[in-house]
Design a protein around this ligand. Structure first.
Ligand code: 26V
Length: 804
């Protein structure tokens, strides 16, 4: 790419006069970043063309990964690393008097996702490119990502995130590949040669314009694309009469209505008010994606070659959000390509696959039939027919056939159940960790599992170890490479070669030193952003994730209040100093989660200002969690809090990011924690709490008040929530108090408290033996390779997408 550092400098400086019309010296850091990013982007675009031509000539099976969310994080540093030019660029910039590390934060971090599901999609893109799969991401180009979180007076407030205001150097608008998407209208039946045709008329046309973002794989050999669709009016329509009368807003009404489709990312708690727009978004992504797939396919394989379609194409749906892929692909094959139902259905089900990401019932999507019918009349007819045929095939000789219909039919109770549509329309259904897949098979989707056991499979999540270890923690990366060579970067299982270093004092000391330096870096960030001084020699105990009742940030808080109370009574308690770090957003309308954030701040206020505590405890909340803040936090953690109620967290992926950075898990037997435990054993993590089957068994017989009545410490804490401990009456935490006592503690916080404290104190003790701790950290890093998304994607490719 650049023959030398001087070659880079020459090309870089030349760009300024070409694109900025002013020399490098007169440009701001942001402009310098922008020129560099655009330059790398255009090189990546060229590499993409080469990849694409190669993949076409090899007739590669093309994978389309449909997701409403992609949390890609910042790209510049990642791509410099993947292209192997980071050092060249760094040194070139230095000679120009510029520091690469100061340009990197100029990049916006697009918040096009809520949390784990969106970040997983981005890790998958990285791994698909690394593994040289012909994989394209299909997503939406939201003008506003997830809200920007600020804390005012201890409460979360939300502000818009206009991440595109200064432009985005990584995207390429591809107007000529735009497609039309139709909403509303009516369907007319016409008869021709004894065949019924369905004609959709009087619809509104929305133009879908793709913006392509290059995905540079490690080693730079493969560059794929993430295609983000934007909604635009099909033709420039403006009501001139209204405009001339001064009614500007009326004149641009339709334009606004259409642009609203990709204006904003939905938070994961969307209320019914915004539902119609969310459904429009889902269909918009689906229809635009499918139309472009069909265009491409015909271009490559001819207009009439449908038999080969499912051998050449895989469509993966990330949760049910793109579930309309099933009826939409049917619609195209039936109405546009004139295939028979059975042939079309065979193609659709062989092409589409589906991942479920949660068993929380409130997140299982359902749409009112009349809404779908009005917005997507033809698509609805097809859903109805899929449902009719499915019901017809239910075996009525079985005594429980009615129960089976009740759980598995698509249309029920005036609603379209999207998970059922996805399962029926896919050849593969997977969960995201072994325990989660088992719950899908034996509980949530058991009717389907009994019907078609072979459809169900597990694909335990993974993360990009290149982003979350190599890029986020370069010092650790260097230590690993000098010890065992660089193969771990392309094959994370090589990290196991670190195991023999468990008795190497020099190595262990270096590991400890790197952790300390990362903690200092985070401590500086905290000082700057929160004005709080934290001691890098304290244990950094970290919980970073969306704020949700089932994730139990509250359990962590109760622990902190407990420790505080004990230290007040026993100032000499043998406890290593702790810094408790929290970060994460609460959905805008999720009042309980917002109260948890307020509680964290109220407690921080008490603890951080109590001279008697003498810095033994500190509580810090880092605002506005993003991929880039995550990259700062994971390397600095000693303890990774993964404390969800067993059975509730499908997998978790933060747990893996911490593990790659040598943090030890303090967690329940939930999600991928179970598999972490299989890999590192009891000696290298701190497990506690009820198992998921114990949770199920306890549910009917649980009385949270009983637990409090047996624990004066808990009773005291419950009381403190509302007795003025946190200030005046209006500051009391009644909703939290009530959730725990009045509503019987749905997530078993109090039931798990005692065992949680036991595990916590074990971890505290373990930390004092620094050598032992470092060994444990090393074992975690060494065994983390299994959680590289390279492993996950290899399994998807082989077992679901059937790519040789
Ligand atoms: C739900 C909804 C409901 C409608 C509005 C938009 C929206 C957006 C997101 C969600 C939540 C989807 C489920 C999810 O994020 N699951 C997480 O997926 C991770 C990746 O597999 C997994 O590690 C986490 O355990 C799981 O909670």
């Amino acid at each position: 790419m650049f023959a030398s550092k001087d070659d880079f400098k020459e090309q870089y400086l030349a760009e300024f006069t070409k694109t900025m019309a002013k020399p490098f010296e007169e440009c701001t850091k942001r402009e310098r970043y922008e020129v560099l990013a655009k330059m790398i982007c255009s090189r990546a675009a060229k590499l993409h063309t080469e990849t694409r031509l190669r993949h076409i000539s090899q007739q590669r099976k093309q994978v389309y990964y449909f997701s409403m969310e992609f949390l890609i994080g910042r790209l510049l540093n990642n791509y410099l690393i993947n292209l192997g030019i980071e050092e060249t660029v760094r040194r070139g910039l230095k000679e120009l008097g510029e520091d690469l590390d100061q340009l990197l934060p100029m990049e916006p971090d697009p918040g096009l996702g809520n949390g784990g599901l969106g970040r997983l999609a981005a890790c998958f893109l990285d791994s698909m490119a690394y593994l040289d799969l012909a994989g394209m991401g299909m997503g939406a180009r939201y003008r506003f990502g997830l809200f920007k979180q600020t804390i005012e007076d201890g409460r979360q407030t939300e502000e818009p995130d206009p991440w595109l205001v200064n432009g985005y150097p990584w995207e390429i608008r591809n107007s000529d590949s735009a497609v039309s998407v139709h909403f509303g209208g009516k369907v007319e039946r016409t008869y021709e040669d004894g065949k019924i045709n369905f004609e959709h008329t009087a619809y509104q046309t929305v133009l879908a314009v793709p913006y392509d973002v290059p995905i540079v794989g490690y080693d730079g050999k493969t560059v794929n694309m993430l295609r983000l669709w934007q909604a635009e009016p099909a033709e420039e329509k403006i009501d001139l009469a209204a405009f001339n009368n001064g009614k500007y807003s009326e004149a641009v009404r339709e334009r606004n209505e259409i642009e609203a489709i990709t204006a904003i990312l939905y938070p994961d708690d969307s209320t019914p008010a915004g539902k119609e727009l969310r459904l429009k978004q889902e269909y918009f992504l689906t229809a635009a994606g499918i139309a472009s797939i069909i265009d491409n396919y015909k271009h490559q394989y001819g207009a009439d070659n449908w038999r080969a379609f499912s051998d050449r194409t895989a469509i993966h749906t990330n949760d049910t959000h793109p579930a309309l892929c099933v009826p939409e692909l049917m619609r195209i094959l039936l109405d546009q390509e004139n295939l028979e139902w059975d042939d079309a259905w065979d193609i659709v089900t062989k092409t589409i696959s589906f991942t479920n990401h949660t068993i929380m019932p409130e997140a299982l999507e359902k749409w009112p039939i009349d809404l779908i019918q009005r917005l997507l009349p033809r698509v609805y007819m097809i859903i109805e027919e899929i449902d009719r045929r499915y019901r017809e095939n239910i075996d009525r000789s079985q005594a429980d056939w009615q129960d089976r219909t009740r759980s598995s039919a698509i249309l029920w109770d005036g609603q379209v159940r999207m998970a059922n549509l996805s399962i029926i329309g896919s050849h593969s259904v997977n969960g995201v960790a072994s325990i989660h897949t088992n719950i899908l098979k034996h509980d949530v989707f058991q009717t389907f599992y009994q019907e078609s056991p072979d459809k169900f499979n597990n694909k335990t999540n993974g993360v990009s170890h290149r982003r979350f270890l190599l890029e986020a923690n370069p010092a650790l990366g260097r230590l690993i490479t000098t010890s065992i060579g660089p193969e771990w970067i392309s094959n994370a299982y090589h990290l196991e070669n670190l195991l023999p270093y468990a008795n190497d004092d020099l190595f262990l000391n270096q590991l400890e030193k790197i952790k300390y330096v990362q903690k200092c870096r985070l401590a500086e960030y905290i000082k700057e952003h929160n004005g709080i001084t934290v001691d890098p020699a304290s244990i950094f105990d970290v919980q970073v994730k969306r704020i949700h009742a089932y994730k139990r940030q509250l359990l962590n808080m109760i622990k902190i209040i407990y420790l505080y109370n004990r230290l007040k009574k026993e100032p000499d308690l043998d406890l290593h100093p702790h810094t408790f770090l929290f970060s994460g957003k609460a959905a805008q309308s999720y009042e309980f989660a917002k109260e948890v954030i307020r509680l964290i701040h109220a407690m921080a206020d008490v603890v951080n200002h109590d001279a008697q505590i003498g810095g033994k405890l500190k509580v810090v909340f880092l605002e506005n969690l993003s991929v880039s803040i995550g990259q700062l936090i994971y390397p600095a953690a000693d303890i990774s809090e993964q404390i969800s109620t067993a059975g509730k967290e499908a997998s978790g992926t933060g747990n893996m990011k911490f593990m790659f950075n040598g943090a030890l898990t303090l967690g329940t037997m939930d999600g991928a924690n179970v598999e972490i435990h299989q890999l590192v054993g009891d000696d290298n993590m701190f497990l506690f709490g009820l198992t998921s089957s114990q949770v199920t068994d306890l549910r009917g017989n649980y009385r949270s008040l009983d637990i409090c009545e047996h624990s004066s410490a808990l009773m005291e804490i419950i009381d403190q929530l509302v007795n003025g401990f946190f200030g005046s009456d209006k500051d009391a935490f009644w909703s939290i108090h009530d959730a725990l006592i009045r509503y019987n503690d749905e997530y078993f916080v109090l039931a798990d408290f005692e065992d949680y404290m036991r595990a916590f104190f074990e971890a505290d003790q373990a930390y004092t033996d620094r050598r032992r701790w470092n060994k444990m950290a090393l074992t975690n890093i060494a065994m983390a390779g299994h959680f590289s998304s390279d492993r996950t994607i290899s399994q998807y490719a082989k077992e679901i997408w059937k790519i040789k």
